[in-house]
Design a protein around this ligand. Structure first.
Ligand SMILES: C[S@@+](CC[C@H](N)C(=O)[O-])C[C@H]1O[C@@H](n2cnc3c(N)ncnc32)[C@H](O)[C@@H]1O
Length: 306
């Protein structure tokens, strides 16, 4: 039995109807929610599948386990979604009829001071989604060399004054260890544009978060495994929140590989793994954005395995 609960305090699910439509749910199908979080999307999937349906949900943050519905059709896997194939193989769940990923972090994670994701809260400079992971944002700013830091802020954050930012971090850390968000903000204070403080810090924090959680590599590995996991006609539904993720998803859906290299057969015909269902990414409605600010940068792409 599904225990009905709304969990909007944890996270408001983004483009809920669009994701459910995208999954094209079969009554007794098997589905995977790779980013369970508050379980908003999962609970809706459970409403659409029948008694023989099955839902496997992943989240690397063990706090998400507090949201597991009381429903025997749903199994929670507290691991990184890059292991999708291994877990589903072990559980004899392959092939599946649909996979959903709603990338990034939940509102709960952002609002938890101790997780250290939010520049407006003074928590530890942590940013690990997986409590068992060893690398924190503090380890990066205190330990990485100049080149490695520059790469992170240039590539993951697209920070315009990355060179100055890194210089300030290197200077500050000669005197003090940077362990809290407040100390980090003090270290980089002279780099923050006065009228764009929040935007700038969001980009800097995003860059660190991507590195801490190795987010792009996990996304690549997960995407590369999806063709082996999906049934023919199975749906892949991915929602991303920044251009680095969206580019990977777009390339992969279009070509079946991460680099986006078009592969042709002997006759010059393009070889495809997926039929693209959304030629352009789907964006949330104005109404949804006004209700839920966090939805504003979401891009949804849907494809079907052929
Ligand atoms: C945007 S939230 C998902 C919210 C969810 N759709 C809902 O409606 O509540 C993303 C969740 O995915 C998890 N996550 C992100 N990357 C992950 C990864 N590589 N493996 C497993 N979980 C991941 C995060 O811990 C977070 O709880």
């Amino acid at each position: 039995m599904v225990k009905e609960m709304t969990n909007e305090a944890y996270h408001i699910p983004v483009m809920l109807n669009e994701c459910i439509e995208g999954l094209n749910i079969k009554e007794n199908g098997t589905y995977v929610d790779l980013t369970f979080g508050g379980g908003g999307h999962s609970r809706e999937i459970l409403k659409h599948i029948g008694p023989q349906g099955k839902l496997y949900v992943f989240d690397q943050d063990s706090d998400a386990a507090n949201n597991i519905p009381d429903d025997e059709r749903c199994l929670f896997i507290n691991h990184n979604f890059k292991y999708i194939k291994q877990f589903l193989q072990f559980l004899k769940a392959i092939p599946v009829d649909g996979i959903l990923a709603d990338l990034g972090i939940s509102s709960f994670q952002i609002n938890e001071k101790d997780k250290g994701f939010a520049h407006r809260l003074d928590g530890p400079l942590d940013m690990r989604m997986d409590q068992n992971a060893t690398l924190s944002a503090a380890d990066i700013v205190n330990g990485y060399d100049e080149k490695a830091l520059l790469d992170i802020f240039n590539y993951y954050g697209e920070i315009k004054n990355a060179f100055k930012l890194v210089k300030e971090i290197l200077t500050y850390r000669q005197q003090h260890k940077i362990e809290s968000i407040a100390a980090f903000k003090e270290a980089i204070a002279s780099c923050i544009p006065p009228r764009e403080e929040s935007k700038y810090l969001s980009q800097v924090f995003q860059a660190l978060r991507i590195e801490v959680n190795n987010e792009l590599k996990a996304l690549e590995t997960m995407l590369e495994n999806t063709p082996d996991v999906l049934a023919i006609g199975g749906r892949l539904v991915i929602m991303s929140y920044h251009s680095l993720e969206d580019r990977l998803v777009k390339n992969f859906l279009n070509t079946g590989n991460i680099k986006g290299e078009v592969i042709k057969d002997h006759f010059g015909n393009k070889q495809s793994v997926f039929k693209i269902i959304t030629k352009k990414p789907v964006a949330p409605s104005e109404e949804e954005i006004s209700r839920n600010k966090r939805a504003r940068s979401a891009k949804l792409r849907i494809a079907e395995k052929i």
